[in-house]
Write a protein that binds this ligand. Structure first.
Ligand code: PMP
Length: 279
């Protein structure tokens, strides 16, 4: 198949699948999601993404009928049905199906999976970004389907010819619209603390682990717009982008002052990805 959609056990091409109007994802965005890259039919770090997914479901009392290991093996068998060497696996659970009422609490959630061919691309290519006010709420650590502010700023970035929008809240950098943002400054990595204002990214966690393993200090603390603009390198991490440097913010050049460390971290992370997913 060229792509695959799954909905509560039904499988088909994404563009031919349909979802009942009663699904609470449809009118409330009442659900959570996760996503992984996959190479040679091996989903990268799937365990960690599934752990975060069930953690989010539990926080919202969303019941996924499959166990963690059942979801793991379902995803692993579905990816084999889709053509391509590199793929993107997206999965979400909504609270389930019921007539529209804010307070409705259906017993079981609905599970949706989408698999498409997607390449990691050249991670050495730097990204252009814009800086925007963080107009989101206090639940940014939950990977909810409610992404309206992120969608709006990502669209703004795209209209402005940029690849990502970086959120700032009262002068403090939180994260990107669909990525985490960190900086390299004086040989150290500085990254926003894991609290209710950022998603605890799986890639961010790996960056922290790999950096510390080679003796690079990592400070998890709030940092300011000024620190971002003056950083030696600005880093974007996400499952689909891995680790990228940032070339511009609002059209002005940033970073570029410690390309050796950026390239070293990228090499370590890319090696991990390639070895984990080698057939
Ligand atoms: N923050 C936000 C808001 C995101 O949407 C994402 C990607 N889904 C990330 C951070 C990066 O998370 P991960 O590294 O787990 O893909």
């Amino acid at each position: 198949m060229k792509n695959l959609g799954y909905y509560n056990g039904k499988i088909g091409l994404i563009e031919e699948m349909s979802v009942p109007m009663t699904d609470r994802a449809f009118y409330f965005g009442d659900g959570v999601y996760d996503a992984v890259m996959c190479r040679n039919n091996i989903p990268y770090l799937l365990d960690e993404h599934i752990d975060r997914f069930y953690h989010n479901c539990n926080r919202l009392s969303i019941v996924v009928e499959l166990s963690k290991s059942e979801l793991f093996s379902t995803i692993c068998s579905l990816v084999r049905m889709v053509e391509g060497e590199e793929k993107f696996v997206y999965f979400h659970a909504s609270r389930g199906n019921a007539l529209r009422a804010h307070s409705a609490m259906p017993k079981n959630g609905s599970l949706c999976i989408m698999i498409t061919e997607q390449k990691m691309g050249d991670i050495r290519l730097k990204m252009n970004t814009i800086l925007v006010p963080d107009i989101r709420y206090e639940l940014c650590d939950i990977k909810t389907l409610n992404l309206l502010p992120s969608v709006l700023v990502a669209q703004r970035a795209s209209i402005d010819g940029a690849d990502e929008a970086i959120f700032q809240r009262n002068g403090i950098i939180t994260e990107g619209s669909h990525s985490n943002v960190s900086i390299i400054s004086n040989g150290k990595i500085i990254t926003a603390p894991s609290d209710c204002h950022i998603l605890p990214g799986v890639t961010r966690a790996h960056l922290i682990k790999e950096a510390r393993s080679i003796g690079i200090m990592v400070e998890e603390r709030p940092y300011t717009i000024e620190e971002l603009l003056e950083a030696d390198e600005v880093l974007i991490t996400s499952s689909s982008k891995m680790l990228r440097g940032v070339a511009t913010i609002d059209g002005e050049g940033v970073g570029g002052k410690n390309p050796e460390l950026l390239a070293r971290l990228q090499a370590i992370m890319m090696d991990n990805y390639l070895s984990y997913t080698s057939a």
